[in-house]
Design a protein around this ligand. Structure first.
Ligand code: HEM
Length: 418
């Protein structure tokens, strides 16, 4: 996954992008494919052909079978092609980009064994001890922000006041960003996620963020501390280059900020719109772990981006795919597969927990899922405990949705309390 306002409309047909009457349900164009087979042909907006996976079993196969590559750069994932490239492709295969053009540490887009080394190094840094230490910081950060909201009045936009800063500060903790530098870090990361930023502002913030990470890595080399980057510098043998370390820091930010922020924003919205479920949670706070899991399934915010490319011909769900086929996993629809969940369109906090694909599956399964769960559990529990009367400050239809983003959610969430 990863950030930025990628125009989903440039990739998928409008009815697969725009939400229907319920903001939490998959777009109508995805839902109407339900029950018509787990793998279906798809025409992308750039003219290229691809396959859409809507079945849970088929999606799990794609994510665990090495014949489906995550190296979208080398294999030219059709969702990333310009229309003229699609036309060229009809005549002859496009050349793979030179290795030098490829990123150093973007392991999200690597296959084993390249992926394995970086992934193992990273997994080694997400220790139980570090997660425990982060847990108490998550609570402090959540409480501080809720207190600030209360001190400022009885109304707020939950996105800038709570949902965005919480995961951003948690990544600061993880990477070991100094307190003095956090305002700068948050400013730069917010520009990239703001729908109103111009492409120029975004490019500038991106360049500044890159320079920020370069300084951070240099600082950790000179003066290591008890954080993930220092740990990577210490543990990697052979050592990682500065470019790799900067990329790893950017991957963690890209994968861990926008995702968690939108689960907090959209998750709150969904609970406010399901008062019976919210009342059940308020009556029995031990439901919080179930709440997190059911919100992850029900909202499945990564609407596009869990894609793979076949490296050889494969038969999937009875459909023959050629080599080089782009497979787009319709994650929101996959997590509503009626063969796996009875009454899948219902938000039901008492549902028996069944594995879902909101964090993906296989070798690329979300590295930060433990941390994401901690942030959601603590963030939502603190919010609803501190603001007993929390409600929307505008009609639900006026909440601006992130339809057009790879990662779904809300642009803002005006709330009030008393
Ligand atoms: C990978 C979802 C939070 C770090 C993934 C993938 C999904 C996902 C679906 C798999 C992508 C693929 O297979 O193509 C989510 C959701 C989150 C969340 C829904 C919030 C609720 C986080 C956090 C971090 C993180 C907090 C770290 C701080 C990563 C990384 C990968 C990843 C590094 C790539 C792993 C690899 O390629 O081996 N995430 N994520 N995520 N996630 Fe998360």
């Amino acid at each position: 996954p990863g950030g930025g306002p990628t125009a989903m409309r440039r990739i998928l047909p409008a009815d697969m992008v725009e939400r229907g009457s319920c903001p939490f349900d998959p777009p109508p164009g995805l839902r109407e494919r339900r029950g018509k087979g787990g793998v279906q042909p798809l025409r992308l907006q750039n003219g290229a052909g691809a396959w859409l996976v809507t079945g849970f079993e088929e999606a799990r196969t794609v994510l665990s079978d090495p014949r489906f590559s995550a190296d979208k750069v080398r294999h030219r994932d059709a969702t990333s092609l310009q229309p003229h490239e699609v036309a060229d492709l009809a005549r002859e295969p496009l050349p793979a980009p030179a290795v030098a053009e490829r990123e150093d540490g973007f392991f999200v887009f690597m296959d084993p064994p390249e992926h394995t080394r970086l992934r193992r190094l990273l997994t080694g840094q997400f220790t139980v001890r570090r997660m425990r230490a982060l847990e108490s910081r998550v609570t402090e950060i959540a409480v501080e922000h809720i207190e600030a909201m209360k001190a400022a009045g009885t109304e707020a936009d939950l996105v800038p006041a709570f949902a965005l800063p919480l995961p951003s500060l948690v990544i600061c903790e993880l990477l070991g960003v100094d307190y003095a530098d956090r305002a700068e870090f948050q400013e730069r990361t917010a520009v990239g996620l703001n729908a109103n930023s111009t492409p120029e502002e975004r490019a500038q913030a991106g360049a500044e963020l890159y320079a920020f990470m370069q300084r951070l890595v240099a600082g950790k080399r000179a003066d290591p501390a008890d954080d993930l980057l220092s740990g990577l510098i210490h543990d990697a043998d052979p050592p990682l280059t500065d470019a790799q370390l900067v990329d790893v820091a950017l991957v963690l930010l890209g994968a861990g900020h926008e995702t968690t922020a939108n689960m907090l924003g959209l998750g709150t919205f969904a609970l406010l719109e399901h008062p019976d479920q919210l009342a059940a949670l308020r009556a029995d706070p031990s439901l919080i772990d179930n709440t997190v899991e059911e919100l992850l399934r029900y909202l499945t915010i990564i609407q596009l981006g869990v894609n793979r490319v076949t490296t050889e011909p494969v038969t999937l769900g009875g459909v023959d795919l050629p080599a080089g086929a782009t497979v787009v996993i319709a994650t929101p629809e996959v997590n509503r597969d009626p063969q796996h969940w009875p009454d899948p369109d219902r938000l039901d906090l008492s549902r028996a927990r069944t594995p879902h694909l909101a964090f993906g599956h296989g070798v690329h399964q979300c590295l930060g899922q433990q941390l994401a769960r901690i942030e959601m559990r603590i963030g939502l529990a603190e919010l609803f405990a501190a603001l007993p009367n929390l409600r929307l400050a505008v009609p639900a239809e006026e909440v601006p949705l992130r339809d057009e983003m790879l990662i779904f959610g809300v642009h803002s969430l005006p709330v009030t309390w008393s």
